[in-house]
Write a protein that binds this ligand. Structure first.
Ligand SMILES: *[C@@H]1O[C@H](CO)[C@@H](O)[C@H](O)[C@H]1NC(C)=O
Ligand SMILES: *[C@@H]1O[C@H](CO)[C@@H](O)[C@H](O)[C@H]1NC(C)=O
Ligand SMILES: *[C@@H]1O[C@H](CO)[C@@H](O)[C@H](O)[C@H]1NC(C)=O
Length: 446
């Protein structure tokens, strides 16, 4: 009797829960905004708006697919999931497999509820792997010992791709190219870490271990790692952040021997140009090799938001061209990447690093029509960081949208934790800004 009562209560609660879900035959579905959709398996819905939860009569993989010519928005709505130092996930490297998986599901569920459509998931923080690899060791930030596989075994990258795709969320695998160990870390490197494979090119620098970007084997190894990922995983994108040559600690980066070897072989570039060309070579090789394997995978980079101090006029700050040897403008101009996510981690108003001034400059550099999805410093809304008013973020999104006709087609937030912690009510703000679903912008050249 008690059981039966419980069953009835459960039945009615479920009905209540689903009462907002519209019933339909779901071979087709007429949506008030998107028009007529066809209900299909997700894989039959490429580059289209794939809306779940419309039909209660179908299994979860059967959803409604609306044509791209409908009035659907195209906007990249992404968040970085930083794994280095357990910034966003996993909350602990000694948490169990099931705990780490549960956290990831909760994250994706939240991202989905907010109508966001992409995550930039850090899979290689420092010559390590958040996926099963024969080239590199398991990450210390996953299992608390570099090179030790999770137990019970699982593959976080495969897992997040499966779970994200079910929710119509893209996964961009985020790789740090040259860093072999992060600032101040003291954990033991596994024998397969790149610093152990190529010790002659691994330098202690700024409390990190940093690989020499001028070494051909280092470049080749990173390209091999990239190719391996796109070969074995259905990632939607490959992503790199702002770390190229390391941020200076005031001393010279110790690559004199590599540069001398370059000169001995007849190289004529001065050291700064040579360093930039080393990074450029890596970017170009990555682009070519990943597209040879998977032509539609998107390559995006999120460099420091100022290319050169003084460009455009009125902007001042660190010159990533000179300090990090990062010619990010050229990558966008020449189309060496598919999207550019300059880290515009400044406010709208102070003119020296003004968000709209910089964004406007960046979109003007996109001679080949590559997309620009600026990176936004959501972390600076936190009271413990910069205590920006939430309205700063909201206005930055609006400013980005005001430049959508100039290829500013979305935003990437750093980082996930502020969203999960609902700092200053960011979830409520996003729920309004992202009230309507959006598809990721289509890239016609891929
Ligand atoms: C979209 O395309 C379909 C078929 O190609 C056409 O019937 C429909 O009118 C189009 N809708 C819009 C909004 O252009
Ligand atoms: C890159 O991969 C190729 C093909 O597997 C291999 O021959 C080469 O040695 C690799 N390079 C490095 C630096 O590991
Ligand atoms: C390096 O060479 C380039 C091109 O010739 C030049 O513009 C630049 O000023 C030189 N840089 C240094 C530091 O000498």
């Amino acid at each position: 009797m008690v059981l039966k009562l419980a069953a009835i209560v459960a039945y009615f609660s479920l009905n209540l829960l689903f009462s907002q879900v519209k019933t339909d035959t779901c071979d087709t579905y007429i949506h008030s905004q998107y028009g007529k959709g066809h209900c299909v398996d997700q894989i039959q819905c490429p580059n289209s708006l794939f809306v779940s939860g419309l039909c209660e009569s179908h299994p979860p993989n059967i959803e409604c697919c609306f044509p791209r010519n409908s009035t659907a928005n195209e906007e990249f709505r992404a968040v970085w999931i930083a794994t280095v130092e357990n910034i966003d996930w996993p909350s602990s490297n000694i948490a169990s497999t099931i705990e780490q998986q549960t956290e990831l599901i909760h994250i994706l569920h939240t991202v989905q509820l907010l109508n966001m459509n992409a995550v930039v998931f850090q899979v290689r923080t420092s010559g390590d792997a958040f996926y099963s690899s024969t080239l590199e060791p398991w990450s210390y930030y996953l299992t608390a010992a570099q090179g030790v596989a999770p137990s019970p075994f699982w593959d976080p990258l495969a897992f997040i791709i499966d779970e994200a795709h079910k929710r119509n969320i893209e996964v961009h695998a985020w790789l740090n190219p040259y860093r072999a160990r992060t600032t101040g870390a003291t954990y033991e490197l596994a024998p397969s870490n790149m610093a152990k494979r190529f010790p002659e090119y691994a330098y202690p620098y700024a409390k990190n271990i940093w690989m020499d970007p001028g070494a051909a084997v280092v470049q080749e190894f990173i390209v091999n790692v990239t190719e391996d990922i796109v070969t074995r995983y259905a990632v939607d994108g490959i992503h790199m952040d702002d770390y190229f040559y390391p941020y200076s600690d005031g001393t010279e980066f110790p690559d004199a021997a590599t540069y001398a070897a370059y000169q001995e072989q007849g190289g004529h570039l001065n050291k700064s140009d040579w360093r930039r060309s080393n990074v450029n070579t890596l970017i170009q090789s990555m682009y070519i090799r990943m597209h040879a394997v998977r032509p539609k995978v998107k390559f995006g980079i999120s460099p420091f938001g100022i290319w050169k101090s003084g460009v455009p006029a009125g902007i001042s700050g660190l010159s990533s061209y000179d300090e990090l040897y990062c010619d990010s403008r050229m990558w966008l101009e020449e189309g060496l990447i598919d999207y550019m996510t300059p880290q515009l981690y400044w406010q709208i108003d102070p003119p020296a690093q003004s968000y709209p001034v910089l964004l406007n400059w960046w979109v003007e550099q996109s001679a080949k029509g590559r997309h620009v999805y600026p990176g936004n410093a959501l972390y600076r809304v936190s009271p413990s960081v910069s205590d920006w008013p939430l309205n700063e973020m909201i206005r930055q999104i609006s400013i980005t949208r005001s430049m959508r006709d100039h290829l500013a087609l979305g935003n990437v937030f750093f980082s996930l934790s502020e969203i999960m912690n609902n700092v200053k009510g960011i979830q409520n703000a996003l729920a309004i800004l992202y009230q309507e679903k959006a598809i990721v912008p289509k890239m016609d050249w891929l």
